[in-house]
Design a protein around this ligand. Structure first.
Ligand code: AMP
Ligand code: MN
Ligand code: MN
Ligand code: MN
Length: 285
């Protein structure tokens, strides 16, 4: 039976507080218009959008789970860890995130320096103008490279300049996974391994990562994510069941017209996978 590509719960998306293109206010409106009842705002490495999103969510009757997507690493592999149900006031979490944001600032000037060497000056100012006063990341450099006419689209910008091993790629020492999980746990949150299919790990390696993640206090993984490859959902569902991990679902929406899954455009969790939200008493209707 063909399953419907719609989920009334979507626990991974970005606003202008990181590299999304919508304000938190407009994002929550879009969630509501899509018919999604429960959302998590999970900006990269900061929680600055949560207050504005929270106000709009109350107004529209959308349930907002406070979240964050933290950049971390496991054995030199960059990984993203979504924290759900986090207390944004928690000092351990905020001190940790501040360290990453400082690293991002330094990295932005390094990326810019490398682009300049490659004959493209002015990238830092350009990317910062795209980011406003908020988090600056490779997406902003990508958008600026397109706007300034150096690349046709973001995928070319990542393929030529920003992706791993490319001209302006800055190897990054992200925070070890165990420490990220500790921050999220300190803030009362559940740590979820984001988009496991995107790390291009072998099945064995992914199982090793998830086992280490569970031992570090990780709660679960995104079994259903936006634009994932055929078969990933079933494979990840099996791993969740076998390892006793909870399942989450999230589109990773960044904005309209960016060519990826829209809000709520997700399959449901496979049978037998315990949802991360069931422990919070969330009922979908
Ligand atoms: P950063 O966290 O600053 O290193 O940037 C990572 C972000 O860049 C991801 O969250 C995506 O939003 C974006 N990104 C990564 N790869 C690509 C790509 N090939 N094309 C467009 N955007 C990408
Ligand atoms: Mn992003
Ligand atoms: Mn991510
Ligand atoms: Mn994301």
């Amino acid at each position: 039976m063909q399953q419907k590509m719609f989920s009334p719960i979507d626990l991974h998306m970005h606003s202008l507080a990181s590299d999304g293109t919508m304000t938190p206010h407009d994002l929550v409106q879009r969630v509501h218009d899509a018919g999604v009842q429960v959302m998590a705002l999970t900006d990269h490495d900061n929680t600055a959008g949560l207050a504005e999103a929270g106000e709009k969510a109350v107004e529209l009757g959308v349930q907002l789970i406070p979240g964050v997507e933290v950049s971390g690493e496991w054995e030199t592999q960059g990984i993203h860890i979504v924290g759900l149900f986090v207390d944004p006031e928690n000092g351990v979490l905020q001190e940790g995130l501040a360290r990453i944001m400082a690293f991002r600032d330094w990295r932005a000037s390094e990326i810019s320096r490398l682009l300049e060497t490659a004959g493209i000056p002015g990238a830092e100012a350009g990317a910062r103008a795209m980011a406003g006063s908020r988090m600056v990341g490779r997406s902003h450099f990508g958008r600026w490279l397109v706007r300034a006419g150096h690349c046709a689209d973001a995928s070319e910008a990542f393929g030529k300049y920003l992706g791993r091993g490319c001209t302006a790629y800055v190897p990054s020492d992200w925070i070890p996974m165990t420490e990220v999980v500790r921050w999220i746990s300190s803030a009362g949150g559940s740590a979820i391994l984001a988009h496991p299919g995107r790390y291009r790990l072998s099945a064995t390696r992914l199982r090793t990562l998830l086992t280490a993640f569970r031992e570090a206090g990780g709660s679960g993984l995104e079994v259903c994510s936006g634009s994932q490859a055929a078969g990933d959902r079933e494979h990840l569902g099996r791993l969740a069941r076998e390892l006793g991990l909870l399942g989450s679902v999230g589109s990773d929406f960044h904005g309209p017209d960016l060519g990826h899954a829209d809000i709520g455009q997700l399959l449901p969790l496979p049978d037998g996978v315990e949802p991360v939200w069931s422990r919070a008493g969330i009922q979908l209707h």
